[in-house]
Ligand binder design. Structure first.
Ligand SMILES: Cc1ncc(C[n+]2csc(CCOP(=O)(O)OP(=O)(O)O)c2C)c(N)n1
Ligand SMILES: [Mg+2]
Length: 814
């Protein structure tokens, strides 16, 4: 009896397993069909944009059909089967059409947008968080940056999860990068890899699309085998997806081992060339090279030319079963690198050709592809056309894709409540102060009693925490680390101003010296509200000149609309003896030109305090704010903020910051000494040269009493308001005037403005165009000599004497 029962049980179990196998086979079959559809739609989207859409300018539209084909299998498996809503993905830039096609099938992308691929308002060339509306997690485009972004996003996820804010509602996701193999040439990827190791990042997947081709060429064979070592050295697990199931089966046949050796030894370029040439060429080479080895001839004879080409290109990165096995085979949260062998252009006529990167299929080739995919003419955009599956089966499958689960989907882009910001932040007291010291003291005070604001601030710095005055903050708020670590020096009672204990509650993320990492971490921290549903107020500090080192990453952070406060100090030649090589000259103009970044260069501590209070609010805005009056500066949208600070101590004014002055500081300028009506001379300065401008002005007014002294706190915002109003005036009249027009209104039409800045003179040179005044722009145009401030200011012509000389020359001219 019991035996009979157990037999029945066994039968049931077998039947169950059979059904599972069936279901799995069905699932694989559906995924393979979707893969085909995704490839078709991506190819067609690019084709449509290049060949079928009318274009006025005759310029090539472009798009990367070969780069797309390379990732079709992997992305189909991920999005339709493996990913969950809490996962976040950086898609290889040139696979953007594949991403859009997948979103289209999931019902999150419109046909209009696909038809308008690379056109105004349509699906973007490279996945864009801010410009695409189909749920891009991380923008990509500049290769390497998106890859690093996933590592820092993982760190931010840990940071957020370590607080008490989360009620357990947010599930931890995997941060996934789909990496072009040539992206691994970008140094920033390795900077991020090292930094990630230091921070013990996990929940991280990098899927390398190992097609062994870059833009220009087939990559060096010598790279082969290096990548996995690199990753394992950094504590990653590496899963190599090399041979598909078909090839693996062939290797079991007589002669199979020899075939495997041949493929393993085959140089990348020969393999690629044979992929392009096809079955007959494979046969010719194989016969010539290994045809006399036992079993090989008959093994090859089992395949006609078409089948042989299929076998030889059956790499695991294009083999759905292998891909799913690899992805589902990963347990735990150890960072994992999948090296997936693929073929650039797989399934397309230029597969493997070394010049295929920008290659586009011709009209005839596209026609042939349409026929292969059995898509009827006119049904090119049809999601189900040409698939060997009933629409109901597909619909049901798509409706149950875990990644697109309706209940969880709303959580993919979070929103987070605003952190209330006090109306004002008290400035530090002192007769003479530098803006850098003031910044440090303001933050130390926030660390002591900053309330919600203090709790949401997270600071980070690439090894210049102490030298940018973050020490006081870190002493109180501690370093972030997944594990508690005491400060050994402190424990050993070695006297030091720095107490660097680390714990999961710490609020400072210490980075090694790599400015790219700083900016990418700021990008991730600055998107925490959207990625992880918790608002952070990130502050990154670095030396001003090194903004240029990470400029592309800074631009990347801004492009994604990440929100952060960047504090750059010391700056200009005012760092004086600290070194000519560290002088920054162009940064004020970077601050003006960088979209998404409001830049300030305050001179005094009270200005800085006002700007910081405003910045913490501005960083949280989302377009829904009501801004009184004309919003020429688009302040309702908010953005990130850059403060260019200095170590130079200067005498502080004795004054109260009233509402009007506060508003002027934020709008970019105010009269430190108002000009008389009809004044013919003005000195305008920004930043650390305030003392020189004030001294020169004092002397000047002995001879020219009505001369004005304009304090510019933000050349960027002053200019932005002016550009905006000029734009608004195009085609319509308006009585409105922007801030700089108001400020300069009292001056005589033929007045002169002498401008001075510790940076490129172009920063303020444009002021003359506002009302047609004549400008003498003083600033720094040479580079590299250290010295005292006095010597350097004299040498560069930005001291009080130089300002007075410029004023005298102006007077002579008028
Ligand atoms: C920082 C940067 N430099 C150069 C480019 C231009 N570029 C675009 S794709 C590419 C080669 C990419 O090769 P790979 O990552 O292997 O992608 P594949 O197309 O082979 O999949 C280059 C150099 C870029 N997008 N970003
Ligand atoms: Mg490649």
């Amino acid at each position: 009896m019991s035996t009979a029962l157990s037999d029945a049980r066994i039968h049931n179990r077998v039947a169950q397993v059979d059904r599972q196998i069936d279901r799995q086979a069905d699932r694989h079959a559906i995924l393979r069909e979707l893969e085909r559809k995704v490839l078709w739609l991506a190819s067609w989207t690019i084709h449509n944009a290049n060949h079928l859409r009318p274009k006025a300018d005759g310029l090539k539209v472009g798009g990367h059909q070969a780069s797309c084909a390379s990732l079709a299998t992997l992305m189909t498996a991920l999005y339709f089967d493996v990913l969950r809503p809490e996962d976040r993905v950086a898609v290889k830039p040139h696979a953007s059409p594949i991403f859009h096609a997948i979103q289209y099938l999931l019902g999150h992308q419109s046909r209009e947008n696909l038809e308008a691929f690379r056109a105004m308002g349509g699906a973007q060339s490279y996945p864009s968080r801010t410009k695409d509306d189909d749920d891009v997690d991380f923008s990509t485009g500049s290769v390497g940056l998106g890859v690093a972004m996933t590592s820092f996003a993982s760190l931010v996820q840990d940071y957020v999860q370590a607080r008490d804010w989360n009620d357990g509602g947010n599930r931890r996701g995997r941060m996934v990068a789909l990496v072009g193999d040539a992206e691994l040439d970008e140094g920033n990827v390795f900077e991020a890899l090292l930094e990630g190791w230091k921070h013990d990042v996990h929940n991280l997947w990098w899927v390398v699309d190992y097609n062994r081709q870059s833009l220009d060429a087939v990559v060096s064979d010598r790279l082969f085998g290096r990548f996995d070592q690199l990753f394992t050295n950094m504590g990653w697990q590496v899963e190599t997806l090399k041979y598909g199931k078909q090839l693996q089966a062939a290797f079991q046949q007589p002669g199979g081992e020899r075939l495997k050796d041949w493929i393993d030894d085959c140089p990348n370029s020969l393999y690629s060339a044979l992929v392009f040439k096809g079955g007959a060429a494979w046969r010719e080479h194989l016969v010539a090279d290994i045809g006399r080895s036992a079993g090989v001839k008959s093994l090859l004879d089992d395949y006609d030319d078409g089948a042989l080409a299929g076998l030889m290109t059956n790499l695991a990165g294009h083999d759905m079963a292998s891909v799913l096995e690899a992805f589902h085979g990963v347990d735990g949260d150890t960072p994992t690198c999948f090296i997936a062998y693929t073929i650039k252009g797989f399934g397309l006529p230029f597969a493997g050709h070394k010049d295929n990167h920008a290659g586009l299929m011709s009209v005839d080739q596209m026609q042939a592809l349409r026929e292969t995919h059995q898509v009827a003419e006119g049904a090119e955009w049809d999601a189900f056309a040409g698939l060997g599956l009933e629409p109901e089966v597909l619909e049901e499958f798509l409706a149950n894709v875990p990644f697109a689960d309706k209940a969880d989907r709303a959580d993919r882009r979070h929103d987070a409540a605003r952190i209330p910001i006090p109306a004002s932040i008290p400035p530090p007291a002192g007769d003479t102060l530098s803006t850098q010291e003031s910044f440090g003291r303001i933050l130390a005070a926030l660390a002591r009693d900053g309330g919600a604001l203090g709790d949401r601030i997270v600071t980070t710095s690439p090894d210049v925490t102490v030298s940018t005055n973050l020490g006081g903050w870190v002493n109180r708020r501690g370093i972030f680390s997944r594990k508690v670590q005491e400060d050994t020096f402190n424990e050993e009672k070695v006297a030091s101003f720095q107490r660097w204990s680390a714990s999961p509650k710490g609020q400072h993320i210490e980075l090694g010296i790599a400015e790219n990492n700083l900016f990418i971490l700021l990008a991730a921290l600055g998107l925490s509200h959207s990625l992880f549903g918790e608002r952070l107020l990130p502050i990154g500090t670095l030396y001003d000149p090194f903004i240029e080192r990470g400029l592309d990453a800074l631009n990347y952070a801004c492009y994604q609309d990440a929100r952060f406060l960047l504090v750059a100090t010391p700056s200009g030649i005012s760092l004086a003896p600290e070194g000519g090589a560290h002088q920054s000259i162009a940064t004020p103009m970077i601050g003006m030109a960088q979209v998404g970044l409001a830049s300030f260069e305050p001179a005094f501590a009270d200005e800085l305090a006002v700007i910081m209070a405003w910045a913490f609010d501005y960083m949280q805005r989302d377009g829904k704010d009501i801004v009184h009056g004309d919003d020429w500066l688009a302040d309702a949208d908010g953005g990130s903020v850059y403060l260019r600070l200095s170590t130079r101590s200067i005498a502080q004014p004795d004054r109260t910051m009233d509402t009007a002055l506060t508003a002027d500081v934020i709008d970019g300028a105010y009269w430190l000494e108002a000009p008389e009506e009809g004044a013919r001379l003005v000195i305008a300065y920004t930043g650390a040269v305030a003392g020189e401008a004030i001294a020169a002005h004092a002397e000047l007014t002995e001879d020219i009493p009505g001369a004005g002294l304009l304090a510019i706190t933000s050349a960027d915002r002053l200019a932005k308001g002016w550009h905006a109003i000029n734009g608004a005036r195009r085609g319509r009249t308006t009585d409105a005037r922007c801030h700089v027009e108001e400020l300069l209104a009292p001056l005589a039409p033929d007045a002169h403005i002498v401008t001075v800045v510790d940076g490129h003179p172009g920063t303020l040179g444009w002021l003359g165009s506002v009302r047609g005044h004549r400008v003498r722009a003083l600033g720094v145009e040479r580079f590299g000599q250290s010295g005292s401030i006095e010597d350097l200011y004299r040498d560069h012509g930005i001291d009080a004497d130089a300002i007075l000389d410029a004023c005298a020359a102006a007077c002579l001219e008028s």
